[in-house]
Design a protein around this ligand. Structure first.
Ligand SMILES: NC(=O)c1ccc[n+]([C@@H]2O[C@H](COP(=O)([O-])OP(=O)(O)OC[C@H]3O[C@@H](n4cnc5c(N)ncnc54)[C@H](OP(=O)(O)O)[C@@H]3O)[C@@H](O)[C@H]2O)c1
Length: 251
């Protein structure tokens, strides 16, 4: 099975790093893309790291030209967040967030589709966020970029009909990432509470619309990516929501 090629963006850290390593565990040959220099990324067997800045206009074309093999699976996981500035949002920051989160994943997918051998099936899994349903003044720019990504993804799926490709969305709720877990540990120690109880209280307060008591774990995200890839053409246009039920009963 070593001839299955995957491309994962956002592979320096967090979920992207985890997905790249888990795909390699399962004998995928993985190219992990990230912004940080290669010497700052711990080597993972089976993962070849490529440094690329998805905020730059030329990156989608450059990146797809640098790949030795056309991928069978692409996971768009990179995400940028606007800097918090006392003076309020700045247009260049907003543009960068939209380029990394929406415009360049879209252009990269179009470029990869154009270069794909016609008989090579490829699954494109686009990681999105439940924040698109419940933006507030702090998350609005990030959420708007992810909402744009969601719409662009639907357009890609429409273009993939009969194209030996599927484009699906994996829409996630709050992840058990390192920063949140560290914060939970600190609060748990300060209040002498079990960390699981702090998570439960945190989720009830910060995301009252969610119906989960735990953060979403990386392994569940990996299993969802694998499921979307295994579905093949049936996954085209699919929205897989691992989001804590945030968008209510009718969506
Ligand atoms: N964390 C959550 O609770 C949550 C919830 C719902 C959905 N999600 C989604 O899940 C995905 C993973 O989230 P995460 O929390 O694991 O993210 P993360 O830890 O912040 O990692 C983001 C990754 O994207 C890379 N990146 C940022 N700007 C880039 C650029 N200009 N060019 C190339 N790469 C760039 C980062 O590289 P550097 O390390 O070099 O910055 C990093 O590898 C994202 O799509 C996010 O929207 C996350």
């Amino acid at each position: 099975m070593a001839d299955r090629h995957a491309l994962v963006t956002g592979a320096c850290k967090g979920l992207g790093q985890y997905l790249a390593a888990r795909l390699a565990d399962e004998h995928w040959s993985v190219v992990g893309v990230g912004r940080c220099p290669a010497d700052q990324v711990p080597p993972v067997p089976g993962v070849t790291y490529l440094q690329a800045d998805l905020a730059l206009p030329r990156t989608p074309a450059d990146l797809s030209a640098r790949l030795d093999s056309a991928p069978h699976l692409v996971v768009h996981c990179a995400a940028a967040y606007p800097a918090a500035r006392p003076s309020g949002p700045a247009l260049p920051d907003m543009e960068e967030v939209f380029r990394v989160n929406a415009l360049n994943p879209y252009l990269l997918t179009l470029d990869l589709l154009a270069r794909k051998p016609p008989d090579r099936f490829c699954s494109y899994v686009v990681v999105n966020s439940e924040s698109i349903y419940s933006a507030d003044r702090h998350s609005a720019i990030y959420a708007a970029s992810k909402a744009a990504l969601r719409v662009l993804t639907a357009g890609l799926a429409a273009g993939c009909r009969s194209a030996e490709a599927s484009v699906s969305t994996l829409l996630l709720g709050p992840l058990a990432d390192r920063a949140k877990l560290a914060e939970i540990e600190t609060v748990a120690e300060r209040r002498s509470l079990p960390p699981a109880e702090v998570v439960r209280l945190f989720l009830r307060r910060s995301n009252p619309n969610l119906v989960i008591d735990e953060f979403i774990d990386y392994e569940s995200c990996f299993r969802s990516v694998r499921y979307l890839a295994e579905l093949g053409p049936t996954a085209n246009g699919m929205l897989c929501k691992l989001d804590g039920g945030s968008s209510g009963s009718l969506v």
